[in-house]
Design a protein around this ligand. Structure first.
Ligand code: XIL
Length: 372
């Protein structure tokens, strides 16, 4: 609660309709005046990255992809102001980085790494192994040779190339499946190698870049008790056998309805208690379960509270030294991946409106971070 005084000050200023006077703390006073007057003003809101002692990240497009940061430059002031960590939404996945067996494509990701470095940001690598059909290159799907050797090479080459440019990796993404008997997703990797491919990927990544922080990343571990338990059993087994996993990424593609905050907090804690670093790696909070056409004000408020409560749960469950940070999966609602999935469905899951003005959700994040 180191910012209790600031919060009290903010509440007073807002309640009194006052401006920013009376405080010599730039962040709190400008935040207060932004709420009481123009909450969309760029310069009057605090920078999220200044409110945390851990990375605050943003998922971005790059290369020639839609909304690439190298093309859609209107987004850069907002990204540069609030975030000190970047992750590529698409261009560091398998098929993009490794389009042919003997051809690795690095130039676009190198450009992103340069952008991050030039702007004082870290780059998180996502992801070395993922089952998503369109992200597995065709040559790999049809591969008939030694699968383990091939995947080792994939992980080794990419991790070694980005050593010194990428601080951490999602080594394996979404390998657990609570619906299967084995508890593992029956991806092509599992079909070829069983669950061994997971540990071998971590071993290869550690060897190729000993300095990189290595994450297992997955969704809904906070929502499915069985999925969490399967993942914890895998971690415990890995720990016993010395498999080098440093942390766990909770994607946190969630919504305003469920699961409960208590369940979310307990799932963070179960991982933190085992000594792992915990990241919120792909956060977004959907609101539109009932397919409404409008984003009503009371829903905006519920979304704000949900962002705030999840981040508070993270801060409560994960000791400061084990916080890998919080990354949001997209900047403005219009670009969210959830709006790519189905043309008849629309949602508003992120922190900013399409004109880059901050939503109430943004202020929920601010309040959670200040409230520590
Ligand atoms: C999504 C991207 O945001 C989309 O643009 C792409 O078409 C598909 O992948 N879990 C993950 C992310 O780990 O890689 C996914 O990103 C969202 C779900």
């Amino acid at each position: 609660m180191k910012n209790l005084v600031l919060l009290a000050l903010i509440s007073c200023l807002v309640a009194c309709g006052g401006g920013g006077g009376g405080s010599n703390h730039q962040t709190s006073s400008t935040y207060a005046s932004s709420i009481s007057s123009d909450s969309s003003s760029f310069s009057s809101v605090p920078a999220l990255k200044d409110l945390a002692d851990f990375p605050i990240g943003m998922e971005v497009s790059a290369a020639d992809q839609p909304r690439s940061i190298f093309i859609e430059k209107s987004q850069l002031p907002t990204i540069n102001k609030h975030f000190n960590s970047l992750v590529a939404g698409v261009i560091m996945k398998m098929s993009f980085l490794h389009p042919e067996e003997f051809n690795y494509h690095y130039t676009d990701a190198d450009d992103l790494a340069d952008y991050a470095a030039e702007n004082g940001m870290i780059l998180h690598g996502h992801t070395l192994i993922w089952h998503w059909d369109s992200q597995i290159p065709d040559w790999m799907k049809n591969y008939t040779g030694d699968w383990q050797a091939m995947l080792d090479d994939h992980v080794t080459q990419i991790t070694a190339h980005f050593a010194g440019k990428v601080v951490s990796w999602d080594v394996v993404n979404e390998a657990i499946d609570p619906e299967t008997e084995s508890g593992f997703r029956e991806s092509i990797f599992y079909q070829k190698l069983g669950s061994k491919y997971i540990e071998n990927a971590f071993i290869a990544a550690r060897e190729a870049d000993p300095a990189a922080v290595l994450y297992y990343n997955d969704f809904a571990m906070e929502a499915s008790q069985r999925k969490l338990e399967l993942m914890l059993a895998m971690l415990d087994d890995f720990k016993e056998r010395g498999i080098p996993v440093d942390g766990v990424g909770f994607q946190m593609h969630t919504n305003i309805f469920d699961p409960s905050i208590e369940q979310i907090q307990a799932s963070f804690k179960a991982v933190a208690d085992r000594g792992y670093i915990v990241r919120i790696s792909e956060m977004d909070v959907t609101v539109n379960r009932f397919n409404e056409q409008f984003f009503y004000n009371h829903i905006k408020e519920l979304q704000k509270q949900r962002y705030k409560n999840i981040i508070k749960a993270y801060l409560a469950a994960v000791p400061a030294a084990q916080r890998g940070g919080i990354t949001f999966w997209g900047l403005v609602d219009g670009e969210s991946w959830v709006n790519e999935l189905d043309p008849d469905y629309r949602d508003w899951p992120l922190l900013f409106n399409d004109d880059y003005s901050p939503k109430p959700a943004f202020f929920g994040v601010v309040e959670a971070l200040l409230d520590e």
